[in-house]
Design a protein around this ligand. Structure first.
Ligand code: ADP
Length: 324
């Protein structure tokens, strides 16, 4: 936007109108008709008065703009000193920065709990509790389970940070053994909870994809279907070929998820029932990892769930074209 010595808009483009969120007349008119943000009009006013260029970041409506207000002398007369205002939309950049900083804060907060517990129980043992065999055994078990939790949190945080890495290794991945691996690694809890496992997969069902990303998706969904199931419940894994890819469904007959929580469970660290999640070794990152991995593989995820009845997570994935 170019503003003359009489504070009138002489030139403006459509990007400026978009950023300000309303139409701007192409006729000469006072710039205050267009600029309703006090910080921005003050910046322009000061620049027009003292001729000093200014550069600031300003909040406008729902966004953030980086503003350059520069004086340009074009010709003698009433239009002599003009102010050129350039806005750069930095909303997205600032949002990403905010998300990164929130994430670091959340991770630190989550790490603090097990670290504090480990330090506290070790201190108590050293202060004399180690001489009581029952307390010794009890506290060592707590230290062990809190260390496992710590290690899970670190693994999940690393898994999240790796989601963005490129899908370099595209290969033909057969689904049945990958599902079997996921089930094997959680065999004990499946037996403890007397779950019925139902797997419906064609032996040759396969996908061109990144194997480690796909196995992490399956592992996380299967783990949840076990931990949020009811004793004696059913865990079902069904896979079908689709036009250009596969569709995998992981269902359980467990606690289910209320309608208003269904979007939120994909957020990092969101847990419906904190205590239950913690008892099952959950970090609140499992589904965030799943949804980011699915996106990285070009697919989509869908959830159908009913409180007290069960949940079905459906993942649709396309065949990737090898990058060579
Ligand atoms: P967590 O480590 O807590 O399991 P997730 O990101 O995997 O974290 O899941 C987020 C939350 O979503 C869980 O805490 C749980 O409340 C809910 N959830 C996830 N999967 C299921 C499921 N199959 N059935 C019911 N609730 C689930």
């Amino acid at each position: 936007m170019l503003i003359n010595g009489q504070r009138q808009v002489t030139i403006v483009n459509t990007a400026m109108a978009t950023l300000l969120g309303h139409e701007i007349s192409r006729q000469r008119h006072p710039y205050v008709d267009d600029i309703q943000t006090f910080a921005l009009s003050r910046m322009i006013e000061h620049t027009a008065r003292d001729g000093e260029s200014r550069h600031e970041e300003i909040q406008i409506q729902d966004g953030t703009v980086d503003v350059d207000a520069t004086t340009v002398a074009i010709r003698k007369g009433p239009d002599e000193l003009q102010v050129l205002v350039i806005l750069y939309d930095v909303t997205f950049m600032r949002k990403v920065e905010q998300m990164q900083s929130d994430f670091v804060q959340n991770v630190s907060h989550e790490l603090k709990t097990p670290v504090t517990a480990i330090a506290g129980f070790a201190e108590t043992l050293l202060a004399g509790a180690k001489d009581d065999p029952e307390a010794l055994d009890n506290f060592l078990h707590i230290i062990q389970s809190e260390s496992q939790r710590l290690s899970q949190l670190i693994q999940d945080t690393l898994a999240l940070s790796r989601v963005g890495e490129s899908n370099d290794h595209i290969e033909k991945v057969t689904i049945a053994p990958l599902v079997q691996n996921a089930l094997n690694s959680i065999q004990q809890p499946i037996a403890d909870r007397k779950l019925h496992v139902n797997v419906e997969l064609d032996a040759d069902l396969a996908l061109e994809t990144n194997k480690s990303k796909l196995s992490q998706i399956v592992r996380n969904l299967v783990n949840n279907a076990v931990f949020y199931n009811k004793d004696g419940g059913t865990l079902s894994i069904v896979g079908v070929r689709t036009n250009g890819g596969i569709r995998l469904q992981v269902s359980d007959t467990g606690v289910g998820i209320a309608d208003d929580e269904q979007q939120r469970i994909f957020e990092r660290f969101y847990r419906v029932d904190k205590a239950r999640s913690r008892n099952s070794g959950g970090t609140g990152l499992g589904l965030a990892i799943v949804s980011e991995l699915v996106e990285a593989l070009g697919g989509s995820i869908h959830l159908a769930s009913q409180l007290g009845v069960g949940s079905t997570f459906t993942v649709a994935l396309p065949n990737a074209t090898p990058t060579k």
